[in-house]
Design a binder for this molecule. Sequence first.
Ligand SMILES: O=C(CO)COP(=O)(O)O
Length: 252
Amino acid sequence: MRKKLVAGNWKMHGSLQENSTLLNALVKGIPELESDPSCAVCVPYPYLASVQSELQNTNIKLGAQNVSQHEKGAYTGEVSASMLKDFNCTYVIVGHSERRMLFGESSQVVAEKYVAAQKAGLVPILCVGETLEQRDSDVTERVINDQLSAVITLAGVNSLENAIVAYEPVWAIGTGKTATPQQAQEIHHFIRQGIAAQNEKLAAGMTILYGGSVKASNAAELFAMSDIDGGLIGGASLIADDFIAICKAIRS
Ligand SMILES: O=C(CO)COP(=O)(O)O
């Protein structure tokens, strides 16, 4: 059976006080699952230590939102994968569209970050997705293929065994405009089929998340689709009741 996951991407939100309030509520509200932890929060770097300690002895996993492609050295302001590992991170998001678009990360750089994460023992959550303009020009599949190919070329298709793919259509992020379950399923299926052409068994077991305006009210119908294995949640992950409801939706 494929591993299910709901990961919160806090983006650049939070404070020590706000995080503590949110995490207290999450720890109380998310029922323990002994063998299959399926919830995670990806937090800003400065809060890794405090969130790590608040999540100790819980089943909520920790992740970061970015990582350097470099291992160490004179890279002012960068954070390496081994540093994230020091704080017991399980996951790191790579290639989020906000980083690709606002910070100029190319698919090549994203692939290097993916490799650095895996080398340190982290599971990269690789984001792919098209803009509205690309969807309207019918190049969605090509865009996603190119984003995936950069990683497969550098790391090999089998590296996806230790990774998670997140399909996040850019037009659905923070806009309140969710892809319909059918639209999302269509692309998830396309992604899985593309990998299956290279390694069928791996593709069948691969976790593919959907991200883009997932809310408590639409999570269940998205998660009911056969190729959607969970979600990468932005805004709703900052609201305890909403995130708890989404985490519960993946377990039902
Ligand atoms: O970008 C996202 C998660 O990485 C999605 O953000 P929203 O859930 O706020 O649309």
